[in-house]
Ligand binder design. Sequence first.
Ligand SMILES: [Zn+2]
Length: 311
Amino acid sequence: MNKKLAEWIAGEGYTPYGENMFYGVKEGYQVFGSAADSLLLSVSAPIGGKEGLLSNALAELKASRKIMNYSVTARGIRATIGTTFSFGIVFGAKKLAVIHEILQKFSECLVPKDCCPYCGNALKQEGGEGGAVLSRPGKEIFLCHEQCMENEKAESERQRAEYANRPGNYARGFLGALIGTAAGCLVWGAVYMFGYYASIIAVAIAFLASFLWEKFGGKNDKVKIVAISVLTVAGIVVTQFALYLIMTFQEMEEAGVSGNVIAMFLELMSTNAEFSRAIWIDTGMAVGFGLIGLLAAVISMVKKQKQMFSV
Ligand SMILES: [Zn+2]
């Protein structure tokens, strides 16, 4: 635990938890914080139809108070506040005053206090009637009714099962990914023809394929990973060789040589060591960047799936 953070937590009356985390009640609201390079802050209370109002209020704060992003759900808000910890060394307690401004916004929006974030009813002592438990949904900690938490878990589990059982539209997903790959490859090829080796575009191809697979109705599952991997790598290799054929053709035109472009290319590949080496290095690099893109796309997809069903 960061020493300055520990002092601040004690001073504010919060309960320290784990590595640089804290929770407690402030101004009647349940606050949870997790500090790293930035501070993840959550305030848990039933929002009850005031999501829009609260979003607007937070949008006002966002620009002036280093709130990097926030989300509002039915049972509270989650906000990431920047530069509280710079590299985990400097602790800016003053900057944490933003917590009180956020609590102020809650009050302004008339969000109920001192109650279960799920149902809005009073929290009783643990073990008593309607006993409260400390929940740990995702990374946040707050008090709620055990039954309410169980209900959310069950609902989340139900959604997860429903998603898993829903037949994915693989044909449509594949079509989307194919369009994404083709579009990415076309842009990449065009940029290459203008004389730039823009490997970043090879990274983007996987993202485009992944994005359009889902947009077209494909599910985020293992089939998708296989499909976008094959499409991305195949797209990159095909584009790369199409580019070489075009360039070979151009060279032949300039030199006034006639004949079969593919035959000429293959002959160069087999007779000119420098030429073939350059091509294998180029292609290897392009595929390498494509694989980096794939890895990033798959990680972001898995993260998204987890968030969708996190309780
Ligand atoms: Zn409840």
